[in-house]
Write a protein that binds this ligand. Structure first.
Ligand SMILES: *[C@@H]1O[C@H](CO)[C@@H](O)[C@H](O)[C@H]1NC(C)=O
Ligand SMILES: *[C@@H]1O[C@H](CO)[C@@H](O)[C@H](O)[C@H]1NC(C)=O
Ligand SMILES: *[C@@H]1O[C@H](CO)[C@@H](O)[C@H](O)[C@H]1NC(C)=O
Ligand SMILES: *[C@@H]1O[C@H](CO)[C@@H](O)[C@H](O)[C@H]1NC(C)=O
Ligand SMILES: *[C@@H]1O[C@H](CO)[C@@H](O)[C@H](O)[C@H]1NC(C)=O
Ligand SMILES: *[C@@H]1O[C@H](CO)[C@@H](O)[C@H](O)[C@H]1NC(C)=O
Ligand SMILES: *[C@@H]1O[C@H](CO)[C@@H](O)[C@H](O)[C@H]1NC(C)=O
Ligand SMILES: *[C@@H]1O[C@H](CO)[C@@H](O)[C@H](O)[C@H]1NC(C)=O
Length: 452
């Protein structure tokens, strides 16, 4: 749970610290009078502490007691006793453990688009040494450069096709991003804002009408604080009226339930009343020790400001969801990346500091490093995308074929495209059976003629 972003850190010093508090249990109180000792001192708060605290107090070590991570060894009570169940003793390890950030290798993807390259991401379990093992993969190999390629390149590497994922054009299918499961940590609810922290609304279906507040649009939002122990109250999806401009004749100005209303600020008419979002955040004092905060998702990338040469820039923004709750975010609000990697051709194909490389499909593009010198392997010839034979028989036709050189960025000798004869069925009179240099031949297994 407290893996990447740690908002709302538990008030550890109150509840989870495995201090040797002693509790005097009055057995009369729990109906065990006469069965054993009347009073006894037992250790409490035996649950393992969270990172970054030490797991256990001096004299105790993280161990497993009754299938729970606890600090032990604990005394063996041999007479009837009342087990002390400190609140949260079973849930004090973050269920996924605490992972480091992912690191990527190699640093640069082999190809910038088409999902042609692979990168391996690795991370380490930070909390294991403190008695909290991690769940999930520590290493993942996945395609990189997953954006679709633009003309003149093929959209996607063989095996991938252009699709939309998270509002981005990508070459997929891509496996779902590794995220830590949303699990409720029942510890630490003390410092949750009572409604939790919601992310921004995202429109999930567009308005189905054009005016009069007649249309309906739906939107959804994610409970960002859930995985850090704070459930949200309220609806995660919602439908609302949309297209509030006044309809023109012959339509009635506004749909049932709405009235033509003036907006004094903009001096325009609209069909109201419209629902208003009332945002009134409660402050929380429990921000994470690293102060990363809870970020909303990134917005869309801006268009690239160049078409070729490799020195274009695109940016995207994100906003901080937890700031209004008293937990400002750190790390970048704006992300930039280079774009426009296609070669400009001619005598200066790349901008200063970029190097010309050849992709798996023979297309040239500009990259940061000098191209790697490596020998690639050709795939089998296949008919080019959308290619058709320009004749019907006699091996007279011609079809375009192409082949690819992998790994992308390595070199193969020979041509990426060629033209092969096609339509090898025998032609009927008045055409000659076969075009030169092909001759009518018999295929023994199927007992049929062909031009070969
Ligand atoms: C605790 O005491 C019981 C009864 O004497 C004994 O059977 C058990 O092995 C002891 N457990 C440990 C962990 O010492
Ligand atoms: C990428 O990794 C997958 C799975 O490990 C493998 O099947 C594929 O061939 C790799 N692609 C490249 C271009 O290395
Ligand atoms: C828009 O969707 C709502 C809810 O599904 C429906 O009642 C309404 O008739 C739709 N309007 C149009 C113009 O399709
Ligand atoms: C949540 O959704 C339900 C069912 O759609 C609706 O009745 C309720 O009014 C919504 N609550 C809020 C706060 O919008
Ligand atoms: C593209 O944007 C970057 C960053 O703003 C700038 O440095 C570069 O000069 C721009 N290129 C062109 C061709 O406008
Ligand atoms: C990012 O935010 C800045 C400042 O708020 C704004 O000027 C810019 O247009 C935004 N860019 C995008 C891509 O939304
Ligand atoms: C098919 O294309 C080849 C090569 O361009 C050409 O020689 C031939 O005449 C074409 N056939 C037809 C039927 O157009
Ligand atoms: C075959 O490729 C050539 C050049 O590579 C192109 O000019 C021609 O239009 C292509 N023909 C078809 C049918 O795609």
């Amino acid at each position: 749970m407290f893996s990447n972003v740690h908002l709302l850190m538990i008030p550890t010093h109150h509840r989870l610290l495995s201090v040797l508090l002693t509790v005097v249990l009055q057995l009369e109180d729990i109906g065990l009078n006469g069965l054993g000792v009347a009073t006894r001192e037992v250790n409490c708060g035996i649950g393992v502490c969270y990172f970054p605290l030490d797991s256990c107090c001096t004299g105790f070590a993280a161990t497993v007691i009754n299938n729970q991570h606890a600090c032990g060894p604990q005394p063996n009570y041999t007479t009837p006793y009342a087990p002390y169940d400190p609140t949260c003793s079973s849930t004090c390890c973050a269920e996924t453990g605490i992972w480091s950030e992912w690191t990527k290798s190699p640093i640069q993807c082999r190809d910038y688009c088409g999902s042609c390259g692979n990168q391996t991401r690795t991370r380490t379990c930070l909390s294991e040494a403190n008695g909290c093992p991690c769940q999930g993969e520590s290493s993942i190999t996945e395609p990189c450069g997953t954006g679709v390629c633009y003309f003149p390149r093929l959209s996607c590497c063989p095996g991938y096709s252009a699709t939309v994922q998270n509002n981005q054009h990508v070459c997929g299918p891509l496996s779902a991003p590794v995220s830590d499961p949303d699990k409720l940590n029942t510890c630490g609810v003390d410092c949750c804002p009572s409604k939790g922290i919601w992310g921004e609304w995202v429109t999930t279906s567009a308005c189905n009408d054009t005016c009069g507040s007649c249309g309906i649009t739906t939107r959804s939002r994610k409970c960002l604080s859930l995985q850090y122990g704070c459930a949200c109250t309220g609806n995660a999806t919602e439908s609302r009226p949309c297209a509030s401009s006044v309809c023109l004749f012959p339509r009635a100005s506004c749909c049932t339930g709405y009235k033509k209303t003036i907006d004094i600020v903009t001096k325009t008419f609209y069909c109201g009343p419209l629902p208003v979002d009332i945002f009134n955040p409660e402050l929380t004092t429990c921000c994470d020790p690293e102060n990363i905060g809870l970020w909303n998702s990134w917005g869309a990338w801006t268009a690239c400001n160049v078409t070729c040469g490799g020195c274009g820039v695109q940016t995207r923004n994100r906003t901080c969801a937890s700031e209004a709750y008293g937990c400002p975010c750190t790390e970048a609000k704006v992300e930039t990346k280079t774009c426009g990697q296609a070669s400009c051709g001619g005598s200066s194909p790349c901008c200063a500091g970029k190097f010309l490389a050849t992709g798996y499909d023979g297309a040239q593009y500009c990259q940061d490093n000098t191209p790697e010198v490596c020998t690639g392997t050709w795939t089998e010839w296949t008919s080019a995308l959308g290619a058709t034979c320009n004749d019907t028989c006699g091996n007279c036709g011609i079809i375009n074929r192409s082949r690819f050189c992998f790994p992308s960025g390595c070199q193969c000798s020979g041509s990426y495209t060629d033209q092969a004869p096609c339509a090898n069925g025998v032609c009927l009179f008045p055409r000659a059976s076969c075009c030169s240099p092909y001759k009518k031949k018999i295929d023994v297994p199927t007992k049929s003629f062909y031009c070969g």
